[in-house]
Design a binder for this molecule. Structure first.
Ligand code: SF4
Length: 304
């Protein structure tokens, strides 16, 4: 097999899509990814996903404070107007964060995947008349005028599909996010303290009710990415790991006792959900990242 491959390769007749070692690659044109990203940018800035609508409704039903109930109803009305009139839910249409899960049996054709994603964001924000919020350089701060580049996290998965998840992130809440490099001896109590202190400090600045994404374990950067990815899990879906599920429920209940409330005006709904992802870590550390998202927790996925 190897000799035949080398012979064909030298003759310039190697077909990357041919059956090699029993694996048939599936061709996907990158322009399909551009289209999908474009459409998702527009769609998710006009209407939230079903899970967010469900947690909103649950909060309206359960909120104890009259003012809190009123604020939640106004936020819900804002969602309905945005959807009906096809206008952005919030003026901050976010920086486009993308999780690209690429099946190892996929052969991408017609250009670069990275450029295809950026082009999708460019077209989505321009054609959807969404605010362009990205600056070229963090210090000189000249607007790129098309909301690119996106922040892209790649992973290689099994199979022959590409899954693209888009989460445009507003920076009112992004700015209130935190990372804690705890010691192993801090244990689960240290983790709880870290989550609560981040939310308490965020207060009204994170446009509550929030969804709180938490990453526990890994390394400095891994726990931050896990916290971001946790925000893309349905807000009403708990972790499949029993102790993590318990921690999510306990943290939500404690956060909602802080009294920050909808819009920061007091009440029993400071957060809709706490979503926690975990990963193995080093014997000497316990990293914890808390990525806070506002009530406009936009996330949408497409599988190609
Ligand atoms: S944090 Fe969220 S609700 Fe607040 S301005 Fe930004 S996108 Fe809008």
């Amino acid at each position: 097999m190897r000799k035949e491959f080398q012979k064909n390769y030298k003759q310039g007749c190697f077909d990357p899509c041919q059956q090699t070692e029993g694996i048939q690659l599936r061709d996907i044109q990158v322009k399909e990814i551009t289209e999908a990203v474009r459409d998702m940018c527009i769609q998710i800035n006009h209407s939230l996903s079903q899970d967010m609508c469900r947690v909103f409704q649950k909060a309206v039903n359960e909120e104890k404070s009259e003012l809190g109930k009123q604020v939640l109803s106004q936020l819900q009305e804002n969602l309905e107007i945005a959807e009906t009139d096809r206008i952005p839910i919030c003026q901050d249409t976010g920086m486009a964060v993308i999780f690209a899960e690429v099946g190892q049996e996929v052969h991408l054709t017609g250009g670069s995947l990275e450029e295809a994603i950026h082009e999708g964001v460019r077209r989505g924000y321009q054609e959807g008349y969404l605010r362009k919020s990205v600056v070229k350089d963090p210090i000189y701060r000249e607007n790129t005028k098309d909301n690119t580049p996106a922040v892209i996290h790649y992973s290689i998965t099994d199979g022959d599909k590409v899954k693209i998840t888009l989460a445009p992130k507003g920076f009112g809440s992004e700015n209130m996010s935190k990372i804690f490099m705890l010691k192993p001896a801090d244990g689960i109590e240290g983790v709880k303290k870290a989550i609560l202190s981040a939310v308490e400090e965020a207060g009204p600045n994170a446009c509550p009710p929030m969804v709180v994404g938490v990453g526990i374990g890994g390394t400095f950067e891994k726990c931050a990415i896990m916290a971001k990815q946790a925000l893309t899990r349905p807000a009403d879906q708990r972790s499949s790991i029993p102790y993590v599920k318990e921690l999510e429920e306990e943290m939500l209940s404690k956060i909602n006792q802080l009294g920050i409330g909808p819009g920061g005006l007091g009440g029993t709904t400071t957060a809709f959900a706490v979503n926690i992802n975990t990963y193995p870590t080093h014997i000497a550390g316990l990293p914890v990242a808390v990525n806070i998202c506002c009530h406009v927790n936009r996330h949408i996925s497409r599988i190609l």
